[in-house]
Design a protein around this ligand. Structure first.
Ligand SMILES: Nc1nc2c(ncn2[C@@H]2O[C@H](COP(=O)(O)OP(=O)(O)OP(=O)(O)O)[C@@H](O)[C@H]2O)c(=O)[nH]1
Ligand SMILES: [Mg+2]
Length: 298
């Protein structure tokens, strides 16, 4: 029996938990089953109560107190503890049928994807054939408002690409909070960000403003390493951005979908991509309509 899941990840505050909540609401409205797994030990409030919560296995507060760790070190410890106690996941997930979409809400600390291979190890375990064998896709959220600052946008795209290479599962990159961008930018301008390339740097308004304010400041002449404005309007910073953008363009791996949580159609569109990635519909048994569904159909 196949299982299906999506792992919602991305930097802190990108809108992961909000997207999980919208997805669950949308699935419920469409009479689909969701199983919500919270793997963020720091998460406190939820729109939908998790069906499985890492906090029932380990408490971040206890870890920080007993191990004298800060919040980030504590979080890494909690996830390492999860990897040593994977039965916690297996016991709950093993009995789920193919009807369920298992939604993993992940913490935002980027080091979990890049510096320490915790998430890649977890993904390998969840997808391992013969064990849980979950057909999993990654939904990597990047804050859509980053499009107003190209350097932020490309730095974020680099982390998305890094996660793609580490995880080796089907991967969707998503620009979140597009309701905030749609009101500020024309559709035509937003479209350019969906397939990022170096041409985006040519008309970067933030860079143009920085350059104007810095009037020919070359960071090599500024001399003051603390002078952030000079550094960010300097030639090396521009060269760095071009190098990052060229790298992303050359790999041609990063494309974005747009997510506006306030728009049901947008959530549905992302769900369709997720379903396609994991081939959810192909595995579903035709099911008989319940009595009330017959009435709705009529
Ligand atoms: N306008 C708007 N705000 C959003 C959207 N999604 C999330 N937010 C807001 O962004 C903030 C962070 O959202 P979360 O869903 O908690 O983000 P997260 O990625 O789960 O954050 P961490 O778990 O702390 O890494 C909250 O204040 C949300 O209300 C969106 O689609 N539109
Ligand atoms: Mg969250």
């Amino acid at each position: 029996m196949s299982k299906f899941g999506v792992m919602v990840m991305g930097p802190a505050g990108a809108g992961k938990s909000t997207f999980c909540a919208s997805l669950i609401t949308h699935l419920q409205l469409n009479r689909r089953s969701a199983f919500y797994v919270n793997l963020d030990p720091a998460a406190e409030s939820f729109e939908h109560p998790p069906d499985l919560d890492i906090k029932d296995l380990i408490s971040l507060e206890d870890v920080m107190e007993e191990m004298s760790l800060g919040p980030n070190g504590g979080l890494v410890y909690c996830l390492e503890f999860l990897l040593e106690n994977l039965d916690f996941l297996t016991e709950s997930l093993d009995s789920l049928t193919e009807e369920y979409l298992i939604i993993f809400d992940m913490p935002g600390q980027i080091e979990l994807y890049t510096h320490v291979p915790i998430i890649p190890t977890l993904v390998k375990y969840l997808t391992q054939p013969g064990a849980l064998d979950i057909r999993l896709c990654a939904a990597y959220l990047l804050e859509g408002t980053f499009v107003v600052d190209r350097s932020k946008f490309f730095a974020g795209s680099l982390t998305a690409m890094s996660a793609m290479m580490m995880l080796e599962v089907p991967h969707l990159n998503i620009l979140s909070k597009m309701d905030l961008v749609n009101s500020q930018m024309r559709k035509k301008d937003i479209k350019k960000f969906l397939t990022p390339d170096t041409s985006l740097l040519e008309d970067d308004p933030v860079d143009i403003a920085r350059r104007k304010a810095g009037e020919n400041i070359d960071d090599s002449q500024s001399g003051d390493p603390q002078d952030k404005d000079a550094m960010m309007s300097g030639a090396s910073f521009r060269r760095l951005n071009v190098a990052v953008a060229t790298l992303i363009e050359n790999f041609s791996m990063v494309n974005y979908l747009k997510l506006d949580n306030t728009d049901e159609d947008s959530v549905q569109a992302i769900l369709s991509y997720i379903d396609d990635c994991i081939q959810y519909h192909e595995a579903q048994e035709p099911r008989e309509l319940a009595e009330e569904e017959y009435e709705d159909e009529e």
